[in-house]
Every structure is written in structure tokens, then in C-alpha cells.
Design a protein around this ligand. Sequence first.
Ligand SMILES: OCN(O)CCCc1ccccc1
Ligand code: NI
Length: 183
Amino acid sequence: MITMDDIVREGNPILTKTAEEVSLPATEEETETLKEMLQFLKNSQDEKIAEQYNLRAGVGLAAPQIGIPKRMIAVHLEDFDGKQYSYGLFNPRIVSHSVEKAYLSTGEGCLSVDREVPGYVPRYARITVKATDLEGNPVKLRLKGYAAIVFQHEIDHLNGIMFYDYINPVNPFEVPENSKPIE
Ligand SMILES: OCN(O)CCCc1ccccc1
Ligand code: NI
């Protein structure tokens, strides 16, 4: 099972590189890895398992974070409107997005960053993502709210981008232009 020991931390160059497309159909090993990434998220959100294995709660995970420079992400979360998202995706890409921006009013964190980095992270308010799921089927997801924020955070990891790259260094809590808070 994946534990915190498998999560690479900032300073590791893999986190600032662009990850490679997975050639489809994915191999059994790639599929198994993506399933383990999703299971890690479920474990990290289970009070008993998380406590037993000292897991930091996570709602998303990208393969570079476990040292695998491939375009694979897992997301497991319940949005504030109660909608549930549980996906393992190969080669996710944002195919369209709103002009309007949004930011998590609490700021963001990252399992690969062992420190608080305060500030608003401006992102697109709504995105459409195309990808291939764990069963090898094409998926098209129209996302908004917290889910849109998390998917963007994960897809950024595939392009070597960290959440704090977006924070305004002069005024971290400056409200981004044409944006709304997700709270
Ligand atoms: O890459 C996943 N990760 O480091 C876990 C935290 C995910 C996350 C946290 C806050 C806002 C968006 C995404
Ligand atoms: Ni992260």
C-alpha cells in the first residue's frame, strides 16, 4: 500500500518536470499503480486507517508525487454540494475553461509540501476535463467548485507546477481579478 514514505517532497526535481503521456491501453502495472493511488486517498480519509498508518488526509494525488513521471491522477472527494468524485485518470487534460476564476478561501496545501504556504491560489472557476478512466473508457467531466480546484491542482502536478507558484508574493491574500471564493 502507498504510505507517506512513498510521497516525494518538494526539492525533488520530479515535482517540477513535465510527466509523460501514458500510451493506451495502460499496462497492468500502470493500472495497478493508479488503483493504489486511489486507495491511498480513501485510506487517508479513513480516520482509523489514517491514524494507524500515519497518513496525511488527501483529496487528490498525481503520479509524480510517488516518483512516477507519468500523466496519471487520482481524485477522491465530496464537494460542498454533496456530489462525490472518485476517479483514477490517465492523461487528463483541460479542454475548456471559464474566464471567471475561483480560489479556495482557505488557501491550498500539498502532500509534497511539508509547510504552510498561505495565500489565495487563483484557478479557473469551471473546467472541462477529458481523460481515460481506470477501465480504459474515455471520460469528459464538467467541473466547478471545490472539485474544479482539486482537478487543476492535480493536473498542474503533471506539468511540474506547484500551488504556491500562483500565490501573489507581494500580497498573498489579494483577491484575484474576476474571481470568487470557494468556501
Ligand atoms: O496533489 C495532491 N495533494 O498534494 C493533496 C492536496 C490536494 C489539494 C488540496 C487543496 C486544494 C487542492 C488540492
Ligand atoms: Ni499536491
